[in-house]
Design a protein around this ligand. Structure first.
Ligand code: WT7
Length: 634
């Protein structure tokens, strides 16, 4: 792998101010880190004790059957017990838990007590439809408070939620419902994005024609537009919430620490998305302490993570982590540029946001419009900034630091994954920062970079990013596919977690993530599998075969290029190209639409018939194709 000796920016260091260090929960990274690794279980035990347990656990870590680790065994808890129930008996009862801004300018707020009651009501509704502990419920909702209420209501009664991002289309939704075998789906009439309406119910109906398993659909009214209703199956959320059954009190189900909390599907190397499974106990502990130490959330802070709840970032850092900390969390629907590219800064000013967390792709998108847009607003409330999803280019980091953070706010570049549940490598506010680096491992996280043979590489050299000790919020398995879990993450280096990223470390121990090593493409921070996009492309009747690659892109990080082989006697045309693109949008989702399509007569393959994407990529950017002796071009 490439060496990075030529990089000079690692020498650029931003020291925290005295005030930042003084106000930090963690004022000395090295000391706590050393302790957390040496006394790993003791460290996690001390953190876990800060949460509420119906019954205290017997054991911190059960590592008797690696890589199937169990945490806090014998304990009884529920994430809702920590995220809501424990706050409503304290001074936080009437504190704002959630502030929501709709794209159309409407605003809704919930106190801890009102959110608690909404969740109880909806949990009672779900129960009345027969949803029980261990059942799965699929949630296909936009960025509205009901997504948080639905997730928390499922968790409350011990049902497993499976949220499907509202930007995904019928094909993706259908696959995820079938894999999870959900009998109940929660969706909305529509969603707003960039001034347009996305007809979610219509997409859901299309997915459901091929998933007879779903017996009940609960529809949240968001746009208020008329949608088709099948009276034997579909019910409006607001009508259900008015029924006597929607009682505002319900006892929270006492769950084992290791009982499943949610499944979240993510893309991998093959076309079939992986159902990443997380559990109540360890995930509560991990999201709690990372939110607290990395964002330094205090009771008088307003915290805003501008992600979508449909991805892990939203699960862990819009909903669960902040609520467990008793914070006020902000949720915003719609696009950052609509109606104007200062929408976000307007919201920061309006709510006096103190902690702001977003992605490099959003910052790059906003940077295009220049600093006059943020400069028009009073951003003095901001104390800490965050970044997630892909590497943040140093020049983007500096812009964010200067024009948003006014050279006052440290930037937490948090590296983690759907699988990890919580931050794994990240700075804390008291750690000096280097633009382009995601800092150092979080407490208790034993991160390393291996070469092909499983040896730790020296500073400056690239290698495989691995984690050598289990951590509480790690996924427990791939839903119904333990073999794939073992094979994907723990087989290359025996029982060591393989993250799927290439990385290097500098001589000060700072990590730099270089990108994915598998067939996963990060497009605007969204994770997509090449095989998944290819399957969507070939659903078009004119297409025989296709191969997809990622190409560097200034704003999106990567763009999607598809090579397409048409069926015999089909004419190549621009109209056909557009049609193939929009078909991908309709089946998989708009984010998966190829930016570029090239019609080719054949695809380079190995003798065993595997498409050589590496060769296509090399040809596309005009570099040496490497060893292609095994290619057969038929
Ligand atoms: C992949 C995981 C974790 C929430 C959002 C993405 C990339 C994530 C960073 C970062 C460099 C990053 C990695 C990782 N990634 N954060 N701070 N710096 N790369 O979750 O969809 O599961 O994707 O996102 O490639 O493996 P995800």
């Amino acid at each position: 792998m490439e060496t990075f000796d030529s990089l000079t920016y690692e020498k650029e260091v931003y020291k925290p101010s005295k005030e930042t260090v003084k106000n930090s929960y963690v004022d000395n990274y090295d000391r706590l880190y050393e302790y957390s690794i040496k006394e790993n279980e003791k460290f996690w035990d001390e953190i876990a004790k800060q949460l509420n347990w119906f019954k205290h656990y017997d054991k911190v870590l059960d590592a008797s059957d690696p890589p199937f680790y169990k945490w806090f065994t014998g304990g009884k808890t529920n994430i809702v017990y920590n995220a809501l129930d424990r706050h409503v008996t304290t001074f936080r009862k009437n504190k704002l838990a959630l502030i929501w801004e709709g794209e159309d300018g409407c605003e809704r707020v919930y106190t801890y007590f009102s959110l608690y009651k909404e969740v109880n009501k909806f949990a009672n509704v779900l129960k009345s439809f027969g949803v029980k502990k261990g059942d799965t419920v699929t949630i296909y909702l936009p960025n509205i408070p009901e997504i948080a209420i639905s997730m928390l209501a499922c968790a409350k009664i011990g049902a497993i939620h499976s949220v499907v991002y509202a930007g995904f289309s019928a094909f993706a939704l259908r696959d995820r419902i079938s894999d999870a075998q959900s009998k109940l789906l929660i969706t909305a009439d529509g969603a707003y994005r960039g001034g347009k309406v996305i007809e979610l119910k219509k997409i859901a109906d299309e997915a459901l024609t091929r998933t007879p398993i779903v017996q009940t659909v609960i529809v949240v009214k968001r746009t208020g537009k008329d949608v088709a209703i099948d009276t034997s199956r579909d019910f409006y959320y607001d009508e259900l919430m008015k029924l006597p059954i929607a009682n505002a009190y319900l006892k929270t189900e006492e769950m084992d620490s290791e009982d499943p909390l949610f499944i979240l599907y993510t893309s991998g190397t093959t076309g079939k998305p992986k159902g990443i499974l997380h559990v109540h106990g360890g995930y509560s502990v991990g999201t709690y302490i990372t939110s607290k130490y990395v964002f330094n959330i205090n009771d008088n802070d307003t915290y805003w993570c501008a992600a979508d709840p449909g991805w892990i970032t939203g699960h862990s850092y819009i909903i669960y982590g902040p609520l467990i900390n008793g914070a006020t969390t902000v949720m915003v629907e719609g696009s950052p540029y609509y109606p104007y590219p200062d929408r976000w800064w307007k919201i920061v000013e309006k709510h006096g946001v103190n902690i702001f967390y977003t992605s490099p792709t959003a910052i790059r998108g906003i940077m295009r419009f220049g600093e006059n847009w943020p400069n028009r607003h009073n951003l003095s409330s901001l104390k800490i900034l965050g970044s997630v999803g892909e590497p943040i280019n140093p020049e983007v980091w500096r812009w964010y630091h200067k024009h948003i953070g006014k050279e006052r706010c440290p930037i937490m570049d948090t590296w983690w994954q759907t699988e990890s549940g919580m931050f794994l490598i990240t700075p804390v506010p008291s750690l000096p920062l280097k633009p382009g680096s995601c800092g150092k491992p979080f407490f208790g996280i034993d991160a390393d970079i291996f070469d092909e043979s499983g040896k730790s590489v020296e500073a400056g050299k690239g290698g495989y990013l691995v984690i050598k000790k289990p951590w509480p919020a790690m996924m427990r398995t791939i839903y119904k596919d333990e073999d794939r879990y073992k094979k994907t993450y723990f087989s290359k280096f025996n029982d060591v977690y393989l993250a799927g990223d290439a990385a290097k470390r500098d001589k000060d121990g700072y990590f730099y993530v270089m990108g994915r090593i598998d067939d996963v493409i990060k497009v605007s921070g969204y994770r997509l599998g090449t095989a998944e996009i290819e399957s969507a492309i070939i659903t078009h009747e004119a297409v025989a075969e296709s191969a997809v690659i990622g190409k560097p892109h200034d704003i999106k990080g990567n763009s999607i290029k598809a090579f397409v082989v048409l069926k015999p006697n089909i004419e190549k045309s621009d109209t056909l190209m557009d049609d193939i693109r929009s078909n991908v949008g309709k089946t998989l989702g708009p984010i998966a639409k190829p930016d570029e399509i090239e019609f080719v007569d054949s695809l380079p393959k190995t003798r065993s018939g595997k498409i050589m994407r590496r060769v296509l990529k090399a040809r596309d950017i005009g570099i040496d194709e490497g060893d292609i002796s095994t290619i057969e071009e038929d």
